[in-house]
Ligand binder design. Structure first.
Ligand SMILES: NC(=O)c1ccc[n+]([C@@H]2O[C@H](COP(=O)([O-])OP(=O)(O)OC[C@H]3O[C@@H](n4cnc5c(N)ncnc54)[C@H](OP(=O)(O)O)[C@@H]3O)[C@@H](O)[C@H]2O)c1
Length: 408
């Protein structure tokens, strides 16, 4: 079959023609009783089963993906690489050839079955990807075409190809991993700060895991709101990075005692905490809240690798502490804030385009074994993040850019 016939725009036309002919034939024929002159036969292109990627190269019949085969917070134990058929997009779906996928601390909560207890293995891993559309269904072709660059936040991203509903995709100007940093990490900081932070100019904000995927954005949004920002991290290199983002007081907790430093330098306490670590760090954060302080629970990574997933927290006197300070603790979980999502993304993309937002990506160049390239390196990337080595958002390059062999 001619490759031209397989191009989606033609498929769209073909699709419309099919439906017009399908609706019209019986109707007009039976109404008029006139038999038209010989029609061209209708070729069922089976649009969703035939597609080519934008470079004109065939999509392989099989691909690799990461599948959770056993519930465990030990990612290596829970997940394995499988070779499967490349999936076919349905009518309203896109087939995305993933170029980069993002690593999230919660990938191991997902592999441990903590997000959705009804989900039983095997199920697909990975939350976010960016790449090119290489195939699509008919109704999806009203908004997208083969070769479009898209990003998405959806399970099943740790794969060479992922089928994504078109309505869940975000068009991006280029397949840059910087855009990938915005989907979960950036959006979490943007929406949590906006909806739950109630930041006012001149307030003091403490961000924990500040040099990581989401922390880097919390620091920047707090600075943009005119706040004084304190950020915790585990190395001088990260502290330098935080300074470069405008963080007023990076605290490397491996060389400075966090609780003592906060008590000494911020005797009135802090107004807002963006807290990702949990356990003893959460205790310090609660103790450092100012009157009417707001503590946003973003995560508790220090417990994720344990069987319960929850770090120890001595919270017996928590109600007393909150009451005495008229302070509050509020939880934030991104999927509960979908109504804010589009606005958050477009605002952040605008900021990035105009140089007002740093989206730091960690490709693993400093990791043992080097840059994270290929799906198998998701395992190394996860180890790297959990050893606290990452600076910025951890990203894995799934595939190099396609080399065109198109003769179109
Ligand atoms: N609620 C939501 O919707 C949502 C969405 C996205 C992320 N999150 C949460 O945000 C937090 C950060 O996630 P991320 O994906 O952006 O990761 P990340 O910050 O890029 O990486 C994790 C960082 O956490 C720090 N850390 C502190 N204690 C740790 C420990 N015991 N084990 C491992 N790391 C530790 C490390 O930085 P230092 O060594 O510099 O301390 C490490 O680099 C997590 O708690 C995650 O669950 C929540």
């Amino acid at each position: 079959m001619s490759s031209l016939l397989l191009r989606p725009r033609l498929l769209t036309r073909g699709g419309r023609a099919l439906s017009l002919l399908g609706g019209g034939r019986g109707a007009s024929d039976s109404l008029s009783g006139v038999h038209p002159v010989a029609r061209r036969s209708i070729i069922d292109l089976s649009y969703s089963a035939h597609f080519m990627d934008f470079a004109g190269s065939s999509i392989p019949s099989s691909m690799s993906k990461l599948v959770v085969t056993k519930l465990s917070p030990d990612f290596r134990e829970a997940v394995c690489v499988q070779s499967v058929a490349v999936p076919t997009p349905g009518d309203a779906e896109l087939l995305v050839r993933n170029r980069f996928v993002g690593i999230n601390a919660s990938d191991i909560n997902y592999s441990a079955g903590r997000y959705d207890p009804s989900l039983k293995p095997p199920f697909d891993a990975g939350f976010e990807g960016i790449g090119e559309v290489v195939g699509l269904g008919l109704s999806a072709s009203s908004r997208y075409t083969v070769g479009d660059n898209v990003a998405y936040f959806r399970s099943g991203a740790f794969a060479e190809y992922t089928v994504v509903p078109a309505k869940e995709c975000v068009p991006v100007p280029a397949v840059k991993p910087e855009f990938l940093t915005l989907l979960v990490s950036g959006a979490t900081a943007y929406i949590a700060m906006k909806r739950l932070g109630d930041l006012a100019e001149g307030e003091t904000v403490l961000v924990t895991a500040a040099a990581g995927g989401t922390g880097q954005f919390a620091v920047q949004f707090a600075k943009q709101a005119g706040c004084h920002v304190i950020g915790t991290c585990s190395s001088n290199e990260k502290a330098g990075f935080l300074k470069s983002l405008g963080c007023n007081r990076p605290i490397n907790y491996t060389t400075e005692d966090l609780a003592k430093t906060l008590r000494k330098e911020y005797p009135k306490g802090v107004n807002v905490v963006y807290e990702s670590v949990g356990g003893s760090v959460l205790e310090v954060a609660v103790n450092t809240l100012a009157n009417k302080g707001r503590l946003i629970v973003i995560g508790f990574i220090s417990g994720y690798q344990t069987p319960s997933g929850i770090p120890q927290f001595r919270g017996g006197t928590l109600p007393v502490k909150l009451l005495q300070k008229s302070a509050s603790m509020r939880g934030f979980f991104l999927p509960h804030f979908y109504s804010d999502y589009r606005e958050a993304l477009s605002s952040m993309m605008q900021m990035f385009a105009t140089g007002k937002l740093v989206c730091e990506v960690d490709y693993g160049d400093q990791a043992e074994g080097g840059r994270f390239v290929g799906l198998e390196s998701v395992f190394r990337a996860m180890d790297y993040m959990y050893s606290g080595k990452n600076l910025g958002k951890v990203v894995v390059e799934v595939a190099p850019p396609a080399v065109s062999n198109s003769k179109l």
